[in-house]
Design a protein around this ligand. Structure first.
Ligand code: DGY
Length: 330
């Protein structure tokens, strides 16, 4: 479907369904420029509710918490013409089904690169240095004295960091890791040009780099190819005592395999910001002291969440002005 004149609300502004409660500045702009149907109670909607709420709305602004699979897309009212997701990841949307139906889909690349890379470093440091255990100990009033052997962790400085997926976020993680004198290896389908590689070592085959991975940072999108990628066989290729961090998507990791490796000590620790079936993560993680867990906060800074909202609105603005949205993915 090509962009064009939208159905408009009573005052001429296009009706826009905003599925979740967004930062104030984003909602203010949405309400200024659209007949915005906001969600101040921040109710999480399933596909049926979404279809009902989208009636009369040519545009919907969704988040990763809405699963727009083929059935949910088919259930949307005919008047929906653009779905702008407040995320860079688009694995929650069946892009094939959207295209087949003529829906325009946009995402929010670039603006969350730095915040997500910062979060990856937080996980690297937090997992390696047992920050969760330390914090819990202090809060429980269990810290008795400075102790030479208390909560000894894994040194980060000077270690080898292997990055699976060296897109914008992977490269930003690499830049930060260099500040910790880490030796960076990466695997992507195509080798990066030298100015992006910045001295990192490319491995065409990601399995080839696993034996080098003191730290493995997962920064690739979730696709049919990466689903369940970090399984028991691949973890076995890693050095004993390695650390895994994931700021990408939970299902890239096989939970059974990761949990077994954390239990056995094959892996020293994991830092996880994303999970299969969020927010109902595998409860076995909760009993693992060497799992440093965060509730999908990779992009959660005021600056970034505002920028994500503005980027989504930029795409909607372009569409409703009859232009090609800059971040069109379907
Ligand atoms: C994204 O944008 O895909 C993130 O996971 C949400 O912060």
């Amino acid at each position: 479907m090509t962009p064009g004149s939208p159905p408009t609300g009573n005052d001429g502004r296009p009706p826009l369904l905003v599925t979740r409660h967004l930062p104030e500045a984003v909602e203010a702009r949405a309400a200024r420029d659209y007949d915005a149907r906001l969600n101040p109670q921040d109710v999480v909607h399933d596909g049926a509710a979404l279809a009902r709420l989208a009636r009369g709305c040519p545009g919907i602004l969704v988040t990763t918490s809405e699963r727009l699979d083929a059935a949910a897309i088919a259930a949307l009212p005919d008047e929906v013409r653009i779905v702008a997701t407040y995320s860079v990841g688009v694995d929650h949307i069946d892009l094939g089904a959207a295209s087949a139906r003529g829906l325009v889909v946009t995402n929010t690349p670039d603006v969350l690169t730095d915040a997500t890379a910062d979060a990856a470093m937080l996980l690297i440091l937090g997992a390696a240095r047992r920050a969760g255990e330390g914090e819990r100990l202090v809060r429980a009033g269990q810290w008795k004295s400075w102790t030479p052997t208390l909560l000894l962790g894994v040194q980060v400085t000077g270690k080898r960091l292997c990055i699976l997926g060296m897109g914008r976020i992977g490269q930003a993680v690499a830049r930060r890791a260099r500040g910790f004198d880490m030796e960076v290896h990466y695997s992507t389908r195509r080798r990066l040009p030298p100015e992006q590689e910045q001295g990192a070592t490319w491995h065409a085959d990601p399995e080839e780099m696993l034996p080098l991975a003191d730290f493995l940072s997962i920064n690739c999108p979730l696709t049919a190819e990466t689903r369940g990628w970090l399984d028991g066989r691949r973890i076995a290729l890693m050095p004993d005592g390695a650390v895994v961090v994931n700021t990408a998507r939970g299902p890239i990791v096989d939970d059974d395999a990761l949990i077994a490796a954390l239990r056995s000590g094959k892996l020293a620790a994991a830092g996880l910001d994303v999970f299969t079936n969020e927010p109902d993560l595998d409860p076995r993680y909760l009993d693992l002291p060497n799992a440093f867990l965060q509730p999908h906060l990779g992009s959660a800074t005021v600056e970034t969440r505002n920028a994500m909202g503005f980027r989504a609105l930029d795409n909607l603005d372009a569409f409703f002005a009859g232009r090609e949205p800059p971040d069109r993915v379907a």
